[in-house]
Design a protein around this ligand. Structure first.
Ligand code: BES
Ligand code: MN
Ligand code: ZN
Length: 510
């Protein structure tokens, strides 16, 4: 898809479809809706006047109305897209409204459209850079569908989207341009993640994940090494290897490195992005029930998020060193598979009693975190993983879980959320919970002592390997797959956490 930012009057543009946003200016909950267009050309206001006065259109988020042959406009159609209450307008709402516009066009087989940016509008006061960024992100994210392997694929892509910036001062135009470019990079990287998560387990094995990461890195100018069984064993990553050894598919240890254009000082932070890359999770010998098991192809969403974030980082060039470590394997039951009761020694030297082979994510991450810290010298760690069903029970499908051992690192992540528009909620992993993972035979065990606080038990396990290093853990099990399609987003892989991880990284750049 070709996206452009044009500095042009929306009413004078020839296009098959012009989309404009409308907000509800009413204040109180029970007030009658007062929808108003978020654009200023008088010809546009006039074209929408009758519809907005009719009471048929309230302006709520995701609502659309289509007018054909609008008088005094060059556009063949005018699409009005609600963004909800003006008083509650955020960049996130604009992202969703932009996605809604593209998906409405797509559903009508319209290949090209323009969107009037709500910049310099009294009703909503958002900075031009943030508006342009959010709208282009919404366009890129909204335009994709995941019926990838259907022979009767109806998915006719939208080919061109122009964002129209109204006449504003040069500084605002420059800001809009920068926001547009950043948003394009970030959303395309998030879509790269989504495409990886979408792939079935037979297509995307650990080896193929390594190849895709390598191809991305080569194109983006990042260093990338992909190791397999021999290296994993040589490094004494027995926690990782235990999970991998029951599969006919060899594991992949993927290491991607980003160096900023100007070398940071020796004591500058080095960030480590660690991802769980289980390309299929059967549960292993502690096998999962058949129902819903097909979903476990998305158990590599944490890895895909880190690979997508690195793709964006390569282009945004923040002034901070960043390493990504992906531990990818397939968790299978087999004669050679690890078993409940086994005791294994992680790369760090800690011994682990395996109680449940389905708690495999924390095992591969344990060695990934240690490797990032000790071998690559990372001073700050973040990991993402579809780690526990318990986190979904706790937070539903709206917020992912955030855990941290360090207030400053957590604060930076909280800041990142406010820019990315994503939703995460902090859960505890204080030492009060340490006895959840106490084992009789080994240093720790890989499950909690009972079913209570399962997301925290998993976090306590990871915390053992982060040690004193500032660390943020994201449990994205509930958010990595979009179970219900929305007006702005297709059913399927969400690419959650990519945008927030990128912002967390940027927060450490000088
Ligand atoms: N990959 C699963 C977690 C998961 C569940 C992700 C549902 C997405 C949707 C993870 O490896 C797992 O199986 N966790 C177990 C841990 C338990 C055995 C301690 C779980 O959550 O049941
Ligand atoms: Mn599992
Ligand atoms: Zn898993």
């Amino acid at each position: 898809m070709d996206t452009k930012l044009l500095f042009q009057d929306a009413s004078a543009l020839e296009t098959p479809m012009l989309a404009v946003f409308a907000a509800d200016l009413s204040i109180e909950k029970l007030d009658v809706a007062m929808p108003r267009l978020l654009t200023s050309p008088p010809a546009l206001i006039t074209a929408a006047q009758e519809l907005l006065g009719s009471g048929e259109f309230t302006g709520k988020l995701g609502e659309t109305a289509l007018l054909h042959g609008p008088a005094a406009l060059k556009a063949a159609r005018l699409l009005i897209v609600g963004i909800g209450k003006a008083s509650e307008a955020t960049t996130d709402v604009l992202r969703k409204a932009a996605g809604t516009a593209v998906r409405s066009a797509k559903a009508r087989n319209i290949r090209s459209l323009a969107i009037a940016l709500p910049i310099s509008i009294d009703a909503i006061q958002l900075p031009p850079a943030a508006v342009a960024r959010a709208v282009v992100e919404g366009v890129e994210l909204g335009s994709t569908d995941y019926d990838t392997y259907r022979s009767d694929r109806k998915d006719v892509p939208v080919e061109a989207v122009s964002l129209l910036c109204p006449a504003v001062d040069a500084a605002s135009r420059g800001a809009a341009q920068r926001g547009f470019e950043e948003g394009s990079i970030i959303a395309r990287s998030q879509n790269f993640t989504r495409a990886l998560v979408n792939e079935p387990g037979n297509v995307l094995t650990p080896t193929v994940l390594g190849q895709r990461a390598k191809a991305m890195a080569d194109e983006a100018g990042l260093h990338c090494e992909v190791y397999s069984s021999d290296k994993v064993r040589e490094l004494k990553m027995e926690a990782f290897w235990s999970v991998a050894k029951g599969s006919a598919q060899p594991p992949a240890l993927i290491v991607i490195r980003y160096e900023p254009p100007t070398s940071p000082s020796a004591d500058a932070p080095v960030l480590g992005l660690v991802g769980k890359g289980i390309t299929f999770d059967t549960g292993g010998i502690s096998i999962k029930p058949a129902e819903g098991m097909e979903k476990m192809k998305y158990d590599m969403a944490g890895a895909a998020a880190m690979i997508g974030a690195m793709k964006a980082i390569a282009q945004l060039k923040p002034a901070v060193r960043v390493n990504a470590v992906i531990c990818s394997a397939e968790n299978m039951p087999d004669g050679a598979a690890f078993k409940p009761g086994d005791v294994v020694t992680a790369m760090s030297g800690k011994t682990i009693e395996i109680v449940n082979t389905d708690a495999e994510g924390r095992l591969v991450l344990a060695d990934g975190l240690h490797y990032a810290k000790k071998t690559l010298g990372c001073t700050h760690l973040i990991n993402a993983a579809t780690l526990t069903g318990a986190c979904m029970v706790a937070l539903g499908l709206i917020n992912f879980g955030i855990f941290s051992n360090n207030e400053a690192a957590y604060e930076k992540f909280q800041q990142a959320l406010s820019i990315s528009g994503e939703k995460g909620w902090r859960l505890p992993c204080t030492d009060d919970y340490r006895d959840h993972i106490k084992s009789h035979i080994a240093d720790i065990m890989n499950t909690g002592k009972n079913r209570y606080g399962g997301a925290t038990s998993a976090a306590m396990f990871l915390k053992e390997f982060a040690g004193e290093t500032p660390w943020v853990h994201l449990d994205i099990a509930g958010c990595a797959w979009n179970e219900e399609k929305q007006p702005w987003l297709a059913y399927g892989p969400s690419g959650v956490a990519v945008r927030s991880i990128i912002e967390w990284v940027r927060a450490y750049a000088g």
